[in-house]
Design a protein around this ligand. Structure first.
Ligand SMILES: *[C@@H]1O[C@H](CO)[C@@H](O)[C@H](O)[C@H]1NC(C)=O
Ligand SMILES: *[C@@H]1O[C@H](CO)[C@@H](O)[C@H](O)[C@H]1NC(C)=O
Ligand SMILES: *[C@@H]1O[C@H](CO)[C@@H](O)[C@H](O)[C@H]1NC(C)=O
Ligand SMILES: *[C@@H]1O[C@H](CO)[C@@H](O)[C@H](O)[C@H]1NC(C)=O
Ligand SMILES: *[C@@H]1O[C@H](CO)[C@@H](O)[C@H](O)[C@H]1NC(C)=O
Length: 414
Protein backbone atom coordinates (compact mmCIF):
# COMPACT_ATOMS: atom_id res chain seq x y z
CA UNK A 1 0.00 0.00 0.00
CA UNK A 2 1.24 3.42 -0.82
CA UNK A 3 1.09 6.14 1.76
CA UNK A 4 -0.68 8.61 -0.33
CA UNK A 5 -3.41 10.94 0.73
CA UNK A 6 -4.55 14.06 -0.95
CA UNK A 7 -6.92 16.55 0.47
CA UNK A 8 -8.43 19.41 -1.35
CA UNK A 9 -9.45 21.41 1.65
CA UNK A 10 -7.35 24.47 1.33
CA UNK A 11 -5.97 26.74 3.94
CA UNK A 12 -7.51 30.12 3.44
CA UNK A 13 -5.40 32.31 5.66
CA UNK A 14 -3.60 34.79 3.50
CA UNK A 15 0.15 34.69 3.76
CA UNK A 16 1.60 37.96 2.64
CA UNK A 17 5.10 36.67 2.10
CA UNK A 18 3.65 34.25 -0.41
CA UNK A 19 2.82 37.01 -2.84
CA UNK A 20 5.42 38.06 -5.33
CA UNK A 21 5.67 41.80 -5.67
CA UNK A 22 6.60 42.04 -9.32
CA UNK A 23 4.19 40.21 -11.61
CA UNK A 24 5.89 38.78 -14.65
CA UNK A 25 4.78 40.06 -18.00
CA UNK A 26 4.68 37.12 -20.35
CA UNK A 27 5.74 37.59 -23.91
CA UNK A 28 2.65 36.13 -25.55
CA UNK A 29 4.03 36.23 -29.09
CA UNK A 30 7.02 34.15 -28.10
CA UNK A 31 5.00 31.79 -25.97
CA UNK A 32 2.63 31.06 -28.82
CA UNK A 33 5.41 31.08 -31.37
CA UNK A 34 8.92 29.75 -31.10
CA UNK A 35 8.70 28.85 -27.41
CA UNK A 36 5.85 26.49 -28.11
CA UNK A 37 7.78 24.92 -30.97
CA UNK A 38 10.86 24.47 -28.81
CA UNK A 39 8.60 23.25 -26.00
CA UNK A 40 7.12 20.54 -28.21
CA UNK A 41 10.59 19.58 -29.36
CA UNK A 42 11.76 19.49 -25.73
CA UNK A 43 9.02 17.13 -24.61
CA UNK A 44 9.64 14.87 -27.60
CA UNK A 45 13.38 14.82 -26.90
CA UNK A 46 12.87 14.02 -23.22
CA UNK A 47 10.42 11.26 -24.07
CA UNK A 48 12.70 9.54 -26.58
CA UNK A 49 15.89 10.08 -24.60
CA UNK A 50 14.37 8.51 -21.50
CA UNK A 51 13.11 5.62 -23.63
CA UNK A 52 16.52 4.67 -24.98
CA UNK A 53 18.22 5.07 -21.60
CA UNK A 54 18.88 2.22 -19.22
CA UNK A 55 15.56 1.43 -17.58
CA UNK A 56 14.72 3.45 -14.49
CA UNK A 57 17.70 5.75 -14.64
CA UNK A 58 17.73 9.44 -13.89
CA UNK A 59 18.15 11.99 -16.61
CA UNK A 60 18.99 15.63 -17.19
CA UNK A 61 19.07 17.36 -20.56
CA UNK A 62 19.04 20.93 -21.74
CA UNK A 63 16.66 20.83 -24.72
CA UNK A 64 17.25 24.45 -25.71
CA UNK A 65 20.92 23.73 -26.41
CA UNK A 66 20.05 20.72 -28.59
CA UNK A 67 17.49 22.77 -30.46
CA UNK A 68 20.01 25.56 -30.99
CA UNK A 69 22.70 23.28 -32.41
CA UNK A 70 20.18 21.77 -34.83
CA UNK A 71 18.86 25.19 -35.82
CA UNK A 72 22.33 26.51 -36.60
CA UNK A 73 23.10 23.33 -38.54
CA UNK A 74 19.92 23.85 -40.56
CA UNK A 75 21.28 27.20 -41.70
CA UNK A 76 23.94 25.29 -43.61
CA UNK A 77 21.80 22.39 -44.79
CA UNK A 78 19.84 21.80 -47.95
CA UNK A 79 17.49 19.30 -49.55
CA UNK A 80 16.28 16.33 -47.56
CA UNK A 81 18.90 16.95 -44.85
CA UNK A 82 17.30 20.32 -44.21
CA UNK A 83 13.75 18.98 -44.38
CA UNK A 84 14.47 16.33 -41.79
CA UNK A 85 16.01 18.80 -39.35
CA UNK A 86 13.29 21.38 -39.86
CA UNK A 87 10.65 18.79 -39.27
CA UNK A 88 12.13 17.93 -35.88
CA UNK A 89 12.79 21.51 -34.72
CA UNK A 90 9.38 22.66 -36.02
CA UNK A 91 10.63 25.11 -38.57
CA UNK A 92 9.15 25.51 -42.04
CA UNK A 93 10.53 27.43 -45.00
CA UNK A 94 7.65 29.84 -44.51
CA UNK A 95 8.26 30.65 -40.82
CA UNK A 96 12.05 30.59 -41.01
CA UNK A 97 12.59 34.35 -40.79
CA UNK A 98 10.15 34.63 -37.93
CA UNK A 99 12.00 31.85 -36.08
CA UNK A 100 15.32 33.66 -36.48
CA UNK A 101 13.84 36.85 -35.07
CA UNK A 102 12.13 35.12 -32.20
CA UNK A 103 15.28 33.23 -31.31
CA UNK A 104 17.05 36.54 -30.81
CA UNK A 105 14.40 37.61 -28.31
CA UNK A 106 14.49 34.30 -26.47
CA UNK A 107 18.29 34.46 -26.32
CA UNK A 108 18.02 37.83 -24.58
CA UNK A 109 15.64 36.49 -21.97
CA UNK A 110 18.02 33.60 -21.26
CA UNK A 111 20.52 35.95 -19.64
CA UNK A 112 19.86 36.63 -16.01
CA UNK A 113 22.32 37.75 -13.40
CA UNK A 114 21.19 38.68 -9.94
CA UNK A 115 22.64 37.80 -6.57
CA UNK A 116 20.27 34.85 -6.27
CA UNK A 117 19.70 33.71 -9.85
CA UNK A 118 22.09 33.33 -12.73
CA UNK A 119 21.27 32.08 -16.19
CA UNK A 120 23.86 32.31 -18.91
CA UNK A 121 24.35 30.75 -22.28
CA UNK A 122 27.02 30.60 -24.94
CA UNK A 123 26.75 29.32 -28.48
CA UNK A 124 30.12 28.81 -30.10
CA UNK A 125 31.32 27.41 -33.39
CA UNK A 126 34.94 26.28 -33.54
CA UNK A 127 36.23 26.21 -37.09
CA UNK A 128 39.49 24.98 -38.56
CA UNK A 129 41.71 27.72 -39.98
CA UNK A 130 42.53 25.24 -42.73
CA UNK A 131 38.98 25.29 -44.10
CA UNK A 132 36.72 28.06 -42.93
CA UNK A 133 32.97 27.75 -43.50
CA UNK A 134 31.19 29.94 -46.02
CA UNK A 135 30.79 33.57 -45.05
CA UNK A 136 26.98 33.53 -45.42
CA UNK A 137 26.78 30.67 -42.95
CA UNK A 138 29.10 32.38 -40.48
CA UNK A 139 27.06 35.58 -40.75
CA UNK A 140 23.80 33.79 -40.16
CA UNK A 141 25.15 31.80 -37.21
CA UNK A 142 26.44 35.02 -35.67
CA UNK A 143 23.54 37.34 -36.29
CA UNK A 144 20.55 34.99 -36.14
CA UNK A 145 21.70 32.51 -33.54
CA UNK A 146 24.07 34.53 -31.42
CA UNK A 147 26.93 32.11 -32.12
CA UNK A 148 30.54 33.11 -31.58
CA UNK A 149 32.83 31.91 -34.33
CA UNK A 150 36.26 30.84 -33.08
CA UNK A 151 38.96 29.93 -35.62
CA UNK A 152 41.40 27.28 -34.37
CA UNK A 153 44.21 25.31 -35.90
CA UNK A 154 42.73 21.80 -35.72
CA UNK A 155 46.12 20.29 -36.58
CA UNK A 156 47.29 21.41 -33.16
CA UNK A 157 44.71 19.19 -31.54
CA UNK A 158 45.94 19.50 -27.94
CA UNK A 159 45.71 23.26 -27.99
CA UNK A 160 42.41 23.17 -29.82
CA UNK A 161 40.77 20.84 -27.30
CA UNK A 162 42.09 22.91 -24.40
CA UNK A 163 40.54 26.03 -25.84
CA UNK A 164 37.16 24.44 -26.53
CA UNK A 165 37.08 23.00 -23.02
CA UNK A 166 38.05 26.36 -21.56
CA UNK A 167 35.17 28.13 -23.30
CA UNK A 168 32.64 25.56 -22.10
CA UNK A 169 34.13 25.44 -18.60
CA UNK A 170 33.93 29.20 -18.46
CA UNK A 171 30.21 29.40 -19.17
CA UNK A 172 29.39 26.42 -16.93
CA UNK A 173 31.58 27.71 -14.07
CA UNK A 174 33.75 24.65 -14.32
CA UNK A 175 30.90 22.17 -13.89
CA UNK A 176 31.39 20.76 -17.36
CA UNK A 177 35.15 20.88 -17.58
CA UNK A 178 36.04 18.31 -20.20
CA UNK A 179 33.78 18.24 -23.22
CA UNK A 180 36.26 17.13 -25.87
CA UNK A 181 39.72 15.61 -26.08
CA UNK A 182 42.33 15.98 -28.78
CA UNK A 183 41.07 12.94 -30.72
CA UNK A 184 38.00 15.01 -31.63
CA UNK A 185 40.09 17.03 -34.01
CA UNK A 186 41.53 14.17 -36.04
CA UNK A 187 38.75 14.19 -38.62
CA UNK A 188 36.71 17.16 -37.53
CA UNK A 189 36.35 20.34 -39.54
CA UNK A 190 33.97 22.23 -37.38
CA UNK A 191 32.59 21.92 -33.87
CA UNK A 192 29.31 23.55 -32.97
CA UNK A 193 28.37 23.99 -29.32
CA UNK A 194 25.59 25.49 -27.27
CA UNK A 195 25.98 25.69 -23.52
CA UNK A 196 23.80 26.99 -20.74
CA UNK A 197 24.38 27.52 -17.05
CA UNK A 198 21.80 28.00 -14.39
CA UNK A 199 22.12 28.65 -10.70
CA UNK A 200 19.16 29.67 -8.64
CA UNK A 201 18.27 29.93 -5.00
CA UNK A 202 14.77 28.90 -4.11
CA UNK A 203 12.55 31.85 -3.33
CA UNK A 204 11.77 29.93 -0.17
CA UNK A 205 14.64 27.59 0.72
CA UNK A 206 13.98 24.22 2.28
CA UNK A 207 15.04 23.87 5.89
CA UNK A 208 17.86 21.34 6.02
CA UNK A 209 16.78 20.20 9.47
CA UNK A 210 13.50 18.98 7.95
CA UNK A 211 15.27 16.69 5.49
CA UNK A 212 14.83 13.04 6.37
CA UNK A 213 15.72 9.70 4.90
CA UNK A 214 12.56 8.43 3.23
CA UNK A 215 11.49 5.59 0.96
CA UNK A 216 11.07 6.06 -2.77
CA UNK A 217 8.64 3.97 -4.79
CA UNK A 218 8.44 2.65 -8.33
CA UNK A 219 5.63 3.56 -10.71
CA UNK A 220 3.74 0.48 -9.58
CA UNK A 221 4.15 1.26 -5.90
CA UNK A 222 7.01 -0.97 -4.77
CA UNK A 223 9.67 0.54 -2.58
CA UNK A 224 12.86 0.67 -4.64
CA UNK A 225 15.20 2.68 -2.46
CA UNK A 226 15.69 5.63 -0.19
CA UNK A 227 16.23 9.32 -0.71
CA UNK A 228 17.05 12.33 1.41
CA UNK A 229 13.65 13.95 1.28
CA UNK A 230 13.50 17.68 1.71
CA UNK A 231 10.35 19.25 3.08
CA UNK A 232 8.76 22.62 2.83
CA UNK A 233 5.33 24.11 3.31
CA UNK A 234 4.59 27.11 1.18
CA UNK A 235 2.05 28.67 -1.17
CA UNK A 236 3.49 26.90 -4.18
CA UNK A 237 1.41 27.18 -7.35
CA UNK A 238 -0.09 23.76 -7.82
CA UNK A 239 -2.46 22.13 -10.32
CA UNK A 240 -3.98 18.81 -11.16
CA UNK A 241 -3.96 18.23 -14.93
CA UNK A 242 -6.19 15.31 -15.94
CA UNK A 243 -5.16 15.65 -19.61
CA UNK A 244 -1.65 14.50 -18.81
CA UNK A 245 -2.73 12.41 -15.79
CA UNK A 246 -0.42 14.36 -13.53
CA UNK A 247 -0.19 16.90 -10.80
CA UNK A 248 2.24 19.73 -11.21
CA UNK A 249 3.93 22.01 -8.73
CA UNK A 250 5.93 25.14 -9.37
CA UNK A 251 8.96 25.98 -7.22
CA UNK A 252 10.12 29.52 -7.93
CA UNK A 253 13.71 30.75 -7.85
CA UNK A 254 14.99 34.14 -6.77
CA UNK A 255 13.01 37.27 -6.19
CA UNK A 256 11.88 38.19 -9.68
CA UNK A 257 9.60 35.26 -10.30
CA UNK A 258 11.08 34.65 -13.72
CA UNK A 259 12.59 31.23 -13.32
CA UNK A 260 10.95 28.21 -11.79
CA UNK A 261 11.22 24.52 -11.54
CA UNK A 262 8.06 22.70 -12.48
CA UNK A 263 7.65 19.19 -11.13
CA UNK A 264 5.33 16.87 -12.97
CA UNK A 265 4.24 13.93 -10.84
CA UNK A 266 2.08 11.38 -12.66
CA UNK A 267 -1.01 10.14 -10.85
CA UNK A 268 -0.47 6.91 -8.89
CA UNK A 269 -0.13 4.00 -11.30
CA UNK A 270 0.56 6.25 -14.30
CA UNK A 271 4.00 5.89 -15.86
CA UNK A 272 6.23 8.76 -16.89
CA UNK A 273 6.10 7.38 -20.40
CA UNK A 274 2.30 7.61 -20.43
CA UNK A 275 2.47 11.14 -19.08
CA UNK A 276 4.80 12.25 -21.86
CA UNK A 277 2.70 10.42 -24.40
CA UNK A 278 -0.27 12.53 -23.27
CA UNK A 279 1.55 15.61 -24.49
CA UNK A 280 0.54 14.58 -28.00
CA UNK A 281 -2.75 16.18 -27.10
CA UNK A 282 -1.64 18.88 -24.70
CA UNK A 283 0.74 21.80 -24.71
CA UNK A 284 3.15 23.18 -22.18
CA UNK A 285 1.48 26.53 -22.63
CA UNK A 286 -1.79 25.05 -21.32
CA UNK A 287 0.14 23.59 -18.42
CA UNK A 288 1.62 26.97 -17.51
CA UNK A 289 -1.83 28.49 -17.97
CA UNK A 290 -3.18 26.07 -15.37
CA UNK A 291 -0.45 27.10 -12.94
CA UNK A 292 -1.27 30.74 -13.51
CA UNK A 293 -4.94 30.11 -12.87
CA UNK A 294 -4.03 28.19 -9.75
CA UNK A 295 -1.90 31.11 -8.58
CA UNK A 296 -4.77 33.51 -9.07
CA UNK A 297 -7.48 31.30 -7.61
CA UNK A 298 -5.65 29.52 -4.84
CA UNK A 299 -2.63 31.76 -4.35
CA UNK A 300 -2.99 31.66 -0.59
CA UNK A 301 -3.18 27.91 -0.24
CA UNK A 302 -0.23 26.12 1.20
CA UNK A 303 1.20 22.94 -0.17
CA UNK A 304 3.32 20.49 1.77
CA UNK A 305 6.07 19.65 -0.61
CA UNK A 306 8.38 16.66 -0.33
CA UNK A 307 11.21 16.60 -2.80
CA UNK A 308 14.34 14.43 -2.84
CA UNK A 309 17.68 16.14 -2.69
CA UNK A 310 19.48 14.95 -5.79
CA UNK A 311 22.34 15.22 -8.19
CA UNK A 312 22.27 13.85 -11.72
CA UNK A 313 24.88 13.75 -14.41
CA UNK A 314 23.96 12.68 -17.91
CA UNK A 315 26.35 12.00 -20.72
CA UNK A 316 24.29 11.09 -23.73
CA UNK A 317 25.09 10.28 -27.32
CA UNK A 318 22.11 11.89 -29.00
CA UNK A 319 22.97 10.53 -32.42
CA UNK A 320 20.84 7.36 -32.27
CA UNK A 321 17.98 9.30 -30.67
CA UNK A 322 17.95 12.03 -33.28
CA UNK A 323 18.48 9.58 -36.12
CA UNK A 324 16.42 6.53 -35.24
CA UNK A 325 13.73 8.08 -33.08
CA UNK A 326 13.24 11.57 -34.41
CA UNK A 327 14.13 10.96 -38.06
CA UNK A 328 17.15 13.19 -38.64
CA UNK A 329 18.79 10.53 -40.82
CA UNK A 330 20.69 12.13 -43.68
CA UNK A 331 22.64 14.55 -41.48
CA UNK A 332 24.52 11.61 -39.91
CA UNK A 333 25.05 9.76 -43.19
CA UNK A 334 28.34 10.58 -44.91
CA UNK A 335 26.93 9.68 -48.31
CA UNK A 336 23.65 11.57 -47.96
CA UNK A 337 24.29 14.68 -45.87
CA UNK A 338 23.78 17.92 -47.78
CA UNK A 339 25.50 20.76 -45.94
CA UNK A 340 26.80 22.69 -48.89
CA UNK A 341 25.47 25.99 -47.57
CA UNK A 342 27.82 25.59 -44.64
CA UNK A 343 31.15 24.95 -46.32
CA UNK A 344 32.71 24.14 -49.65
CA UNK A 345 34.03 20.77 -48.57
CA UNK A 346 31.46 18.01 -48.09
CA UNK A 347 30.47 17.71 -44.46
CA UNK A 348 28.28 15.44 -42.39
CA UNK A 349 27.72 15.17 -38.67
CA UNK A 350 29.47 12.19 -37.10
CA UNK A 351 27.76 12.55 -33.71
CA UNK A 352 25.83 14.84 -31.44
CA UNK A 353 26.49 14.31 -27.75
CA UNK A 354 24.99 15.91 -24.72
CA UNK A 355 26.32 16.31 -21.17
CA UNK A 356 24.33 17.76 -18.37
CA UNK A 357 24.30 17.77 -14.62
CA UNK A 358 21.95 19.02 -12.01
CA UNK A 359 22.08 19.36 -8.28
CA UNK A 360 19.06 20.03 -6.17
CA UNK A 361 19.50 20.94 -2.56
CA UNK A 362 17.71 22.77 0.22
CA UNK A 363 19.19 26.05 -0.98
CA UNK A 364 18.22 25.83 -4.59
CA UNK A 365 18.89 24.81 -8.14
CA UNK A 366 16.54 22.00 -9.26
CA UNK A 367 13.94 20.00 -7.47
CA UNK A 368 11.44 17.20 -7.26
CA UNK A 369 9.61 15.71 -4.29
CA UNK A 370 9.29 12.50 -2.38
CA UNK A 371 8.02 11.57 1.13
CA UNK A 372 6.85 9.02 3.69
CA UNK A 373 3.32 8.91 4.93
CA UNK A 374 3.27 10.99 7.98
CA UNK A 375 2.56 14.38 6.63
CA UNK A 376 -0.21 15.87 8.43
CA UNK A 377 -3.39 16.71 6.59
CA UNK A 378 -4.81 17.85 9.83
CA UNK A 379 -4.18 21.37 8.70
CA UNK A 380 -6.04 20.81 5.50
CA UNK A 381 -2.90 21.17 3.52
CA UNK A 382 -2.36 19.70 0.09
CA UNK A 383 0.52 17.30 -0.01
CA UNK A 384 2.70 16.93 -3.04
CA UNK A 385 4.86 13.94 -2.45
CA UNK A 386 7.41 13.19 -5.13
CA UNK A 387 8.18 9.77 -3.73
CA UNK A 388 7.83 8.01 -7.07
CA UNK A 389 9.17 8.73 -10.57
CA UNK A 390 8.66 12.31 -11.67
CA UNK A 391 9.78 14.72 -14.30
CA UNK A 392 11.14 18.19 -13.71
CA UNK A 393 11.81 21.23 -15.85
CA UNK A 394 13.48 24.56 -15.30
CA UNK A 395 11.67 27.21 -17.25
CA UNK A 396 12.17 30.85 -18.09
CA UNK A 397 8.68 32.24 -17.63
CA UNK A 398 8.65 35.30 -19.85
CA UNK A 399 9.06 33.08 -22.88
CA UNK A 400 8.20 29.68 -21.36
CA UNK A 401 11.52 28.29 -22.52
CA UNK A 402 12.53 24.97 -21.02
CA UNK A 403 16.15 25.48 -20.09
CA UNK A 404 16.58 22.08 -18.47
CA UNK A 405 14.35 19.05 -18.27
CA UNK A 406 14.77 15.66 -16.79
CA UNK A 407 13.51 12.65 -15.02
CA UNK A 408 14.04 11.34 -11.52
CA UNK A 409 13.25 7.69 -10.94
CA UNK A 410 16.36 6.03 -9.53
CA UNK A 411 16.49 6.89 -5.84
CA UNK A 412 19.77 7.62 -4.12
CA UNK A 413 20.70 9.18 -0.83
CA UNK A 414 22.25 12.32 -2.25
C1 LIG B 1 48.49 24.74 -38.15
O1 LIG B 1 49.42 24.05 -37.37
C2 LIG B 1 50.32 23.25 -38.14
C3 LIG B 1 51.16 22.43 -37.20
O2 LIG B 1 51.71 23.23 -36.19
C4 LIG B 1 51.14 24.17 -39.05
O3 LIG B 1 52.01 23.39 -39.85
C5 LIG B 1 50.18 24.97 -39.94
O4 LIG B 1 50.92 25.91 -40.71
C6 LIG B 1 49.14 25.69 -39.12
N1 LIG B 1 48.15 26.26 -40.02
C7 LIG B 1 47.84 27.55 -40.01
C8 LIG B 1 46.86 27.98 -41.05
O5 LIG B 1 48.31 28.34 -39.21
C1 LIG C 1 34.92 33.66 -18.17
O1 LIG C 1 35.80 34.48 -18.92
C2 LIG C 1 35.60 35.85 -18.68
C3 LIG C 1 36.47 36.64 -19.65
O2 LIG C 1 37.61 35.94 -20.00
C4 LIG C 1 35.94 36.17 -17.25
O3 LIG C 1 35.75 37.53 -16.99
C5 LIG C 1 35.00 35.35 -16.36
O4 LIG C 1 35.33 35.55 -15.02
C6 LIG C 1 35.10 33.89 -16.68
N1 LIG C 1 34.07 33.20 -15.93
C7 LIG C 1 34.31 32.09 -15.27
C8 LIG C 1 33.15 31.50 -14.53
O5 LIG C 1 35.40 31.53 -15.25
C1 LIG D 1 14.67 25.03 10.63
O1 LIG D 1 13.99 24.16 11.49
C2 LIG D 1 14.50 24.15 12.81
C3 LIG D 1 13.79 23.05 13.60
O2 LIG D 1 12.42 23.06 13.35
C4 LIG D 1 14.30 25.53 13.41
O3 LIG D 1 14.83 25.56 14.72
C5 LIG D 1 15.02 26.54 12.54
O4 LIG D 1 14.77 27.85 13.02
C6 LIG D 1 14.57 26.44 11.10
N1 LIG D 1 15.41 27.28 10.29
C7 LIG D 1 14.91 28.15 9.43
C8 LIG D 1 15.89 28.94 8.64
O5 LIG D 1 13.71 28.33 9.29
C1 LIG E 1 2.66 21.51 -30.02
O1 LIG E 1 2.04 20.28 -29.73
C2 LIG E 1 0.64 20.37 -29.51
C3 LIG E 1 0.14 19.01 -29.09
O2 LIG E 1 0.55 18.02 -29.99
C4 LIG E 1 -0.05 20.90 -30.76
O3 LIG E 1 -1.43 21.07 -30.50
C5 LIG E 1 0.58 22.24 -31.12
O4 LIG E 1 0.01 22.73 -32.32
C6 LIG E 1 2.07 22.14 -31.27
N1 LIG E 1 2.61 23.46 -31.48
C7 LIG E 1 3.54 23.72 -32.38
C8 LIG E 1 3.95 25.14 -32.50
O5 LIG E 1 4.05 22.86 -33.09
C1 LIG F 1 -7.61 15.63 -26.87
O1 LIG F 1 -8.11 16.64 -25.99
C2 LIG F 1 -9.41 17.06 -26.28
C3 LIG F 1 -9.76 18.23 -25.38
O2 LIG F 1 -9.27 18.04 -24.07
C4 LIG F 1 -10.37 15.86 -26.08
O3 LIG F 1 -11.70 16.24 -26.40
C5 LIG F 1 -9.93 14.72 -27.02
O4 LIG F 1 -10.73 13.57 -26.80
C6 LIG F 1 -8.47 14.36 -26.78
N1 LIG F 1 -8.02 13.42 -27.77
C7 LIG F 1 -7.34 12.30 -27.47
C8 LIG F 1 -6.90 11.45 -28.61
O5 LIG F 1 -7.03 12.03 -26.31
Amino acid sequence: MRFYVITFVFLTISLCHGQNSAPIVPNVDLRKGLSEKIGNFSVELLYHTSNVQAKNSNLIVSPITVWTVLAVTAEGAAGETLNQINNVIRVTMRNRDLVRNEYKSIAQWLQVKTSVVELAKVNAMFVDVGGLPLQDFIDSAKSDFDTDVVPLNFTQSELASELVNRVIANVTHGRIAKLVDSSYFANSRLILTSAVYFKGQWTVPFNASSTTKSPFFSEDGKQIGEVNMMYNRYTYPFANIPEIQSRILELPYGTENRLSMVIMLPHPGVSLEKMFFNFNNFTLDKMFQELKTAREDYGDDEVSCFLPRFKIESNIDLTPILRDRLGIVDLFDSSKARLYRMARMPLYVSKIIHKSEIEVTEKGTTASGVTVADFSNRFGVTTFNANRPFSYMIIEKITNTIVFGGIYQEPSLY
